[in-house]
Design a protein around this ligand. Structure first.
Ligand SMILES: Cc1cc2nc3c(=O)[nH]c(=O)nc-3n(C[C@H](O)[C@H](O)[C@H](O)COP(=O)(O)O)c2cc1C
Length: 195
């Protein structure tokens, strides 16, 4: 059974470097057998701050329709984001808050970028936020420390082989959860636990 695993990117900052990671992850994930993916850049989405959630919008732009349909179809998600001041960028929180049902009972994996610790505090925050979306987070997460020194526009600067191995392990785990939950959603009762 094929898996659809879109990548959600976390920032619109003009000099953003973590987009290097997102693009590299997209290229690697697209090479996996039986997996389709697409990188979603918040610059392409008119979400901004939370004025109305997507289902409360009276006229939804075509790109919002496309995004919602793609998230509904998805079997799991990779979030690639930088850490800003020990947390996730507001842009990413807004993007997640605009939808709800489309996230439910699906797995999320994180790849964060930052300074010395590679954004691990953003990962902790994401684990809390994703629970609020009635979704689950996979145990494994990747952190890119000192992104300005260790990565460039084409990907990791020095240890590409090691990064490819880490990514393979990460994708393998995400796919395991995505397959398990896809089967459970298909065979099971879809009643939501949301009161
Ligand atoms: C507003 C802001 C806050 C930041 N806060 C953190 C932080 O809390 N932890 C960290 O490791 N790096 C932090 N950094 C450094 C970023 O991780 C680093 O600049 C990285 O390039 C940011 O990703 P970006 O270039 O895609 O925006 C911060 C950078 C910005 C712009």
């Amino acid at each position: 059974m094929s898996l659809d695993l879109p990548i959600l990117f976390g920032t619109v900052r003009s000099e953003r470097r973590s987009i290097w990671v997102a693009r590299y992850v997209e290229r690697r994930l697209a090479q996996r057998t039986g997996v389709t993916t697409r990188l979603w850049d918040p610059r392409e989405l008119p979400f901004g701050n939370l004025d109305r959630r997507e289902w409360e919008m009276t006229e939804r732009p075509a790109v919002v329709e496309e995004f919602v349909r793609a998230m509904d179809r998805a079997d799991g998600f990779v979030i690639v984001t930088p850490e800003y001041n020990f947390g996730i960028p507001g842009t990413l929180k807004n993007l997640l808050d605009h939808l709800f049902d489309e996230w439910n009972r699906k797995p999320f994996g994180f790849i964060t970028a930052g300074a010395a610790f590679g954004g691990v505090r953003a990962q902790d925050q994401l684990r809390q936020v994703i629970s609020g979306l009635h979704a689950i987070t996979i145990p494994m997460a990747l952190a890119v420390p000192r992104i300005g020194e260790t990565w460039g526009p084409e990907g990791p600067v020095g240890d590409r082989e090691a990064w490819d191995e880490r990514l393979t392990a990460f994708f393998t785990e995400l796919e395991w959860y995505a397959r398990a939950l896809q089967a459970a959603r298909r065979e099971g009762d879809h009643a939501s636990a949301v009161a």
